[in-house]
Design a protein around this ligand. Structure first.
Ligand code: NAP
Ligand code: G4F
Length: 350
């Protein structure tokens, strides 16, 4: 009798918010998971430490490998040795505001990084399915609702780099017959969200204000409209895209619209606080060009993948506030396993 081997996936960006949830999902489905991590002078694996086991232990199914999207030859050697069935390209300089400060680096990692990976797959001659983490930022100034047919009008170096990655993904699908898909994901958040994105910045501040450790919160544009969903549900959509019969591109969104001001209100209210007493304006958080409104129409993902989001923005704000309060509390009790409740450290002012 022939034994079928477990499916093998490679995730770039495994140390990020989505990479950590996707690794959990794939492990729960029996996959062997390989993750690309960057070498750093300090540990950068807090979001996946709870999944990690010593590779010497029999039955280990999560393996981490050093590499970087700026290093094409490394991507080729890694793909050649791992030989994944599915590649999820989640790595990117993913912060829109930072992309105005570091436009060239953002173009190199968020844009060129994708073609390095696609070209490495082609050069190695690998027969695998490829997922590209595309973004609603590509729609930029085009008004909502946005779907797969909506024209792109990026408003940042990040958005422009993602448009490039979107098109090379389609180009490799059409030109080389690769099973390559774009997931055009709208904003999705969680307790593992990076601390300088607006939702997590707010929910962390709520926890600190509630604990008497912070008295003010400096913010930028409160009028921006976003369609915020829950990250664990969005990684499920990524996986479903690669299981479908045909490679095609999908919008993933909740279809709801809330302002940053709404998110402030949901979060502070949940902790019994009045946001207007604490929030101050600081122009450093404005962007040279803003994306005013992103609201997605995910009808295609529902029709073809059966994907339907259940967590909407008000509930999301509440669960993130709860997690940050718990994390702050656990940080004061070092014997508690803080990994499961999230990393805790002061964030830089971005
Ligand atoms: P994230 O938390 O910022 O994670 C980004 C990941 O990319 C991290 O693991 C980071 O590694 C890695 N990375 C950055 N530069 C790299 C490089 N040059 N080489 C290798 N790895 C690199 O982002 P996320 O929220 O999980 O998002 C995942 C992907 O989806 C990103 O491509 C993002 O642009 C895209 N996206 C996100 C959203 C959203 O709302 N979250 C929406 C649409 C699209 P370190 O841990 O070492 O920094
Ligand atoms: O949380 P944000 O930084 O996310 P943004 O710019 O929408 O980008 C995120 O979502 C994209 C998908 O649409 C991803 F592709 C991207 O990787 C990233 O995950 O900002 C959201 C809104 C913006 O309009 C911003 O101007 O919040 C506004 N905002 C107001 N005050 C602020 C702040 N954003 C941040 N980060 N910090 C503030 O103090």
């Amino acid at each position: 009798m022939t034994e079928t081997r477990a499916k093998r996936a490679l995730i770039t960006g495994i140390t990020g918010q989505d990479g950590s949830y996707l690794a959990e999902l794939l492990l729960s489905k029996g996959y062997e998971v390989h993750g690309l991590i960057r070498r750093a002078s300090t540990f950068n694996t807090a979001r996946i430490d709870h999944l990690y086991t010593d590779p010497h232990v029999a039955g280990t199914r999560l393996f981490l490998h050093y590499g970087d999207l700026s290093d094409g030859s490394r991507l080729a050697t890694l793909l050649d040795s791992v030989k994944p069935d599915e590649v999820y390209n989640l790595a990117a300089q993913s912060h829109v505001r930072v992309s105005f400060d570091e436009p060239e680096y953002t173009g190199n990692s968020t844009g060129l990084g994708s073609i390095r990976l696609l070209e490495a797959i082609r050069m190695v001659g690998l027969d695998c399915r490829y997922y590209q983490a595309s973004s609603s930022e590509m729609f930029g100034a085009t008004p909502p609702p946005q779907n797969e047919e909506t024209p792109f009008y990026p408003r940042s170096p990040y958005g422009a780099a993602k448009v490039y990655s979107y098109w090379v993904t389609r180009n490799y699908r059409e030109g080389y017959g690769m099973f390559a898909v774009n997931g055009i994901l709208f904003n999705h958040e969680s307790p593992r969200r990076g601390e300088t994105f607006v939702t997590r910045k707010i929910t962390r501040a709520v926890a600190r204000i509630k604990a008497g450790q912070q008295s003010e919160l400096f913010m930028g544009n409160l009028d921006a409209v976003r369609d915020w969903g829950y990250a664990p549900e969005y990684v499920e959509a990524m996986w479903r895209m690669l299981q479908h019969d045909e490679p095609t591109d999908y919008v993933v969104a909740t279809g709801t619209d809330y302002t940053v001001r709404d998110f402030l209100q949901f979060s502070f209210e949940h902790a019994g606080l009045d946001w207007e007493k604490y929030v101050r304006f600081d122009e450093r958080y404005l962007r040279p060009t803003e994306v005013d409104a992103l609201v997605g129409d995910a009808g295609k993902a529902e029709r073809l993948l059966g994907w339907v989001p259940t967590v909407k923005t008000p509930e999301l704000a509440r669960l993130m506030v709860d997690a940050d309060i718990e994390a702050l509390d656990a940080a004061g009790r070092p014997w508690i396993d803080t990994v499961t409740v999230g990393p805790w450290a002061p964030a830089p002012q971005i």
